[in-house]
Design a protein around this ligand. Structure first.
Ligand SMILES: *Cc1c(COP(=O)(O)O)cnc(C)c1O
Length: 358
């Protein structure tokens, strides 16, 4: 696999200007990285202009949803240093998702090279205030033509990128407890970052919005008893000063942020517990003020405190520390580690991206 960089992308990036309100995932960098899989092998990595795909209407992804993606960020600080945070974790998870969706693995070192290249060529446009970043979106889809239900023989791997501000505008969020519909069942695809999981959750997101909430909290599909996660973020509760999070199963997506928070919290002296978290027990602890705080976490949003839990019947459980206390300490620490402003508890988490001269 060679790496081919089109020289004209430098001009595309040079003449770029960002307006002040970039938001999240709205503005796309004018460059993208692609790699094609054909006849059992990956072709070259190709960094070129952002452009539209031409997809045959009978392409398998459009009918059977064989698709996976990743999400990670490049962080720039005031000193113009640029970092990736644990990109090899995303590369590994991408291949776990690929395995589940019967797709070919993408070489981990090429995945990391690809995101690093996209970040390096985007450097000058990446905002540098704490919480801002370049959001990178690697994805892969089945691109074989024909309506037969079968594993595709052709795939396209792509990385696009979007300079981003903070994900949520409000400080704490209202969480809707989803007690009827499910996101992921045992033996299914819940642990994979595949488009269908998100499509399955969209109807509940409408119900959630109508109830005045921001995020759906999913429970286990079998018993509707245990907390699993949000549609794109993992869940933590602070109970008697300890960090509790649902233990991983094949119905929960293993977040890099989740893992980093567990490690970071332990390094700061907090006790962490990975366990089954029954929703009704948690709501009781919230009422008794033993669970004072809860938060959601993911690459896009980092850490967002939960203000309250909402049942479909209108019952509301408000958290004592509804604006977050420990959550905000952890958030600030993590952001500073990611931007290279504070020593990482694990030095290998941080990958510095060398400067390329235009
Ligand atoms: C991406 C994602 C997360 C968070 O993972 P990070 O690696 O922390 O960004 C959690 N849950 C779901 C369902 C996700 O898609």
């Amino acid at each position: 696999m060679k790496t081919i960089i089109e020289p004209n992308i430098i001009n595309l990036v040079k003449k770029l200007e960002l307006n002040s309100d970039i938001g999240f995932g709205k503005f796309m960098m004018p460059i993208m990285l692609t790699c094609e899989y054909k006849d059992g092998a990956w072709g070259d990595l190709h960094l070129g202009p952002y452009r539209k795909f031409e997809i045959d209407p009978s392409s398998k992804v459009l009918h059977y949803g064989q698709e996976i993606f990743e999400g990670l960020k490049a962080y720039k600080n005031e000193k113009d240093e640029l970092f990736l945070f644990r990109p090899e974790k995303n590369a590994q998870r991408f291949n776990r998702s690929a395995d589940r969706m019967a797709m070919p693995n993408f070489p981990e070192e090429k995945f990391v090279e690809g995101v690093a290249l996209m970040a390096a060529y985007s450097r000058q446009i990446i905002p540098r205030r704490l919480g801002e970043s370049l959001y990178l979106r690697p994805f892969m889809f089945a691109n074989e033509v024909g309506l037969g239900i079968a594993v595709s023989n052709n795939y396209l791997f792509t990385i696009i990128a979007s300079p981003s501000g903070a994900y949520f505008s409000s400080d704490s969020i209202k969480v809707f407890v989803e007690r009827t519909s499910s996101r992921a069942a045992a033996g299914g695809t819940g642990f994979a970052k595949t488009g269908g999981n998100y499509a399955a959750g969209l109807l509940s997101s409408i119900k959630c919005k109508e109830a005045g909430c921001n995020q759906v909290l999913w429970l286990d599909a079998a018993e509707k008893k245990y907390i699993e996660e949000m549609s794109g973020m993992n869940f933590f509760a602070i109970i008697n000063g300890e960090l509790h999070t649902p233990q991983l199963t094949n119905t929960i997506l293993e977040g890099v942020t989740r893992d980093s928070i567990l490690e970071l919290a332990r390094s700061l002296g907090y006790k962490t517990v990975e366990e089954k978290l029954p929703i009704n027990e948690l709501l009781k602890l919230v009422k008794e003020k033993k669970c004072t705080e809860a938060f959601v976490c993911g690459t896009a949003s980092v850490i967002v405190p939960i203000g309250s839990f909402h049942e479909e019947n209108g019952t509301v459980y408000k958290l004592a520390d509804d604006e977050g206390k420990i959550s905000l300490i952890l958030k600030d620490k993590l952001l500073r580690i990611q931007a290279g402003l504070e020593i990482s508890p694990v030095p290998t988490w941080i990958h510095k991206i060398p400067k390329i001269d235009f």
